[in-house]
Structures are given as structure tokens and as C-alpha cells.
Design a protein around this ligand. Structure first.
Ligand code: SF4
Length: 380
């Protein structure tokens, strides 16, 4: 398959793994966070950790929008969906994300809420057109990658003069979360964990470009390599990070040049800035309140803002205390460190968001049986 097979070539993968083993200095650790859940899945799916030397360690980051959505926002959405006049349109993986006390949108639907799974923003517009007597709310979620389609949808609703349509906005931004992780109390100079560099997200960077990461290289002396999702992309990115560390370079390098530029997608960025503005803060599961990390609709689009339209109150609720999603999303624990993993928590019966989402670290460990590798390593 074009653009897939050539990035999965076994001989090249063996050569890259050999180069990493040869160039990684055995006297020091290399701890790289892959921010994006797509990369976490690629690592598990292709067994990339198996070919890395033991001193090159991958740390899974918070780059899964479903995983980082806090329980309070799910509770807010459930409250909205339970209103008789509302049709709540959501992407499928949100349906089973736990809110407080085991609540979910799927359970709300079973109790009579009109929650409809959609595949695109266009579906939500169509549902609004077909149900003019109801209030149709789109549950918008995602990083910079999925924000432009939401912006386009809102402008489409305006053009069509849809008066029964609004958006519950949960779009979040990547760079503030990376900064929060580097400044968190369990990472860095004073914490127990160190991060030596980042494998930067691919899809997000097609929109925002590589420029926003230059801050991390300059201010935190952390190299960043923007990486594609195929196994050769990832191995090459890890090798590029190892080389930067060895040469005491702290730069932003772009491995994913076939899709990412320094400036990103200017048209998409314009769409975002036309419709959205920064919130002062936004709660992330695992990271807590992160300053300037979330988006809301600008005042000129306030009539499409579901939080204003329905006078929704912000809810902050505690996670299930036994679930380690918070620590996993900060990179300080692995899924196998959670006592519930594979026992009380499985994809069929998820207790936390990291097991629900197709990009979650717990789901990746389960789907590709990576928990067995970790247990074997610990036993040996
Ligand atoms: S295994 Fe389940 S309960 Fe444990 S951290 Fe992962 S999602 Fe949370």
C-alpha cells in the first residue's frame, strides 16, 4: 500500500534499530515522551520497545483527547443530554468514557437521553436541519487536528441560519499541555521522573507546524522531533533524538516532512482563530487545570455556544481513586502499574478513559498484549 508499505520495511527497521543501539551511550538513560496516543499505539502494535536498548525508554504522554477529558465534562454532557429538548451528537469513543460514579453517555442513552453517534461534523448539521423543533448540540472534542472542522461547521450553521444548533466545546491545545508536564511536580529537577526529549505529534503538527515547539527546545533544553506514525518514522525519530542528546543539541527537527511544515496549515489556523479564543484555563484528566490550554467560541459566535445557551455550570469531580489514568497521562506510570488493568478494567468494562479510547495507553497495552512483555521484563 502506497505511503504505508515503504514505511514498514523490515530491513530498514533492523538497520535503524541497530543504529540506535550503536549510538545510544550505555552510560546514560534516554527518556523520550511520545505525546500522541497514535504513537503509543504504533509502539505497542509494532513492538518497537522490543528493539530498543534498555536505556532508551519511551514514556507515554497525554495526547489522546478522549483520555484527557475530565469526568466533570462528561457529567456536564450527560446533564445536557438528559434535557428533553436536546439531541446530543457525539463521536463514538466518547459514549463509554466514565463520568462520576460510573455514569456515561451510553448509560444516559439507555435511560432515555437522545444521544446520537456521528461520524462527522456534517452529520450534526444534518440532524439539526432534520429536527428543527429540537435543540441539537455537537460535543466537540479534540486537539488542534479536529478543531478546524468544528470551526467550519459553526460557520456552516451560521450560513444556513440554524437557530437550533450549538456546540459543547472541549477542544484543547498541545503546547500548553507539554509545558504543564515539564513543570509538573513529579517531572523534572525536583520530581522523580525526567524527560529528555519529545516525539512530537504528527497530525496536530500538520495544523500548527513545528514553530510552537521551538519554545521547548529553547526554554527547557528539550529536543523535539515531529514524527509520523509508521514504524520506520518512529525509529528514525528516536534515532534523531538520541543524536541530539549525544551532540548536546536542543532543536525542533521535522521527521514528518511529507506532511508538516514550520508554519503548518495557514488556512486551517485561520479557521480556528476566526471562531475560537483561548480560555483562561481548562481542566485535563491527570493534569488538572492547565492555563490557556482550551478553546471556547468567540463572542461573535456566542449563540452557538452550548455552555452559554443552556447556562451550563462547570463541574469538577474526582476520578475513581483506584484508576491510575491521571499518572499514566502524565507519563509517571504505565498501564501495568494499575491494579485494575486486565482484571476489573478491560475494553469491555472500562473503568477509566485510557481503556476506552482507541488511542489510550491502557487500550494499546491490552489490544497488543504488551502487558505480558512488561510482566516478563519485571520477572526476569
Ligand atoms: S487500567 Fe483502567 S482503571 Fe487502570 S489506569 Fe487504565 S483505564 Fe484506569
Amino acid at each position: 500500500m502506497k505511503y504505508a508499505d515503504e514505511f514498514r520495511d523490515k530491513e530498514i527497521a533492523v538497520g535503524l534499530a541497530k543504529a540506535i543501539r550503536a549510538e545510544a551511550n550505555k552510560a546514560r538513560p534516554y527518556r523520550f515522551m511520545e505525546f500522541c496516543g497514535g504513537h503509543t499505539h504504533a509502539i505497542s502494535r509494532y513492538g518497537l520497545e522490543d528493539v530498543l536498548p534498555t536505556n532508551v525508554r519511551m514514556i507515554h504522554g497525554p495526547g489522546c483527547p478522549v483520555c484527557v477529558l475530565p469526568a466533570g465534562r462528561i457529567d456536564m454532557a450527560i446533564g445536557l443530554a438528559m434535557r428533553p429538548e436536546v439531541i446530543l451528537c457525539v463521536y463514538g469513543d466518547l459514549m463509554r468514557v466514565p463520568g462520576s460514579q460510573g455514569a456515561s453517555l451510553l448509560k444516559a442513552k439507555a435511560r432515555g437521553a437522545d444521544v446520537r453517534m456521528v461520524y462527522s461534523t456534517i452529520d450534526a448539521i444534518r440532524i439539526a436541519e432534520e429536527n428543527s423543533a429540537r435543540e441539537v448540540v455537537f460535543f466537540a472534542i479534540g486537539f488542534e487536528t479536529t478543531t478546524p472542522p468544528t470551526a467550519v461547521m459553526i460557520r456552516m450553521a451560521e450560513k444556513k441560519r440554524l437557530s437550533n444548533f450549538s456546540v459543547f466545546c472541549n477542544h484543547v491545545l498541545t503546547p500548553p499541555a507539554m509545558k504543564n508536564i515539564l513543570e509538573s511536580s513529579d517531572i523534572g529537577d525536583k520530581g522523580q521522573f525526567e524527560i529528555d526529549g519529545f516525539v512530537g505529534p504528527a497530525h496536530v503538527s500538520t495544523i500548527i507546524g513545528t514553530e510552537p515547539y521551538e519554545f521547548f527546545a529553547k526554554e527547557f533544553s528539550k529536543p523535539v522531533v515531529i514524527s509520523g506514525f509508521e514504524p520506520l518514522d518512529m525509529l528514525q525519530s528516536i534515532l534523531m533524538l538520541v543524536r541530539q542528546i549525544n551532540e548536546h543539541r536542543y532543536e525542533v527537527e521535522n521527521q514528518y516532512r511529507r506532511a508538516v511544515t514550520r508554519d503548518g496549515n495557514l488556512r486551517a489556523r485561520e479557521e480556528i482563530s476566526d471562531v475560537f479564543e483561548l480560555r483562561d484555563r481548562f481542566e485535563w484528566r491527570g493534569l488538572g487545570q492547565v492555563p490557556y490550554s482550551g478553546l471556547r467560541l468567540k463572542r461573535s459566535y456566542a449563540i452557538y455556544d452550548a455552555e452559554l445557551r443552556f447556562e451550563m455550570q462547570e463541574l469538577c469531580v474526582a476520578d475513581n481513586r483506584a484508576c491510575e489514568c491521571g499518572a499514566i497521562l502524565r507519563g509517571v506510570k504505565k498501564p501495568v502499574d494499575c491494579k485494575l488493568f486486565g482484571t476489573l478494567c478491560t475494553p469491555e468494562m472500562p473503568m477509566g478513559s485510557c481503556m476506552v479510547s482507541s488511542e489510550g495507553a491502557c487500550a494499546a497495552y491490552w489490544a497488543y498484549s504488551r502487558f505480558r512483555d512488561h510482566r516478563q521484563r519485571r520477572a526476569s
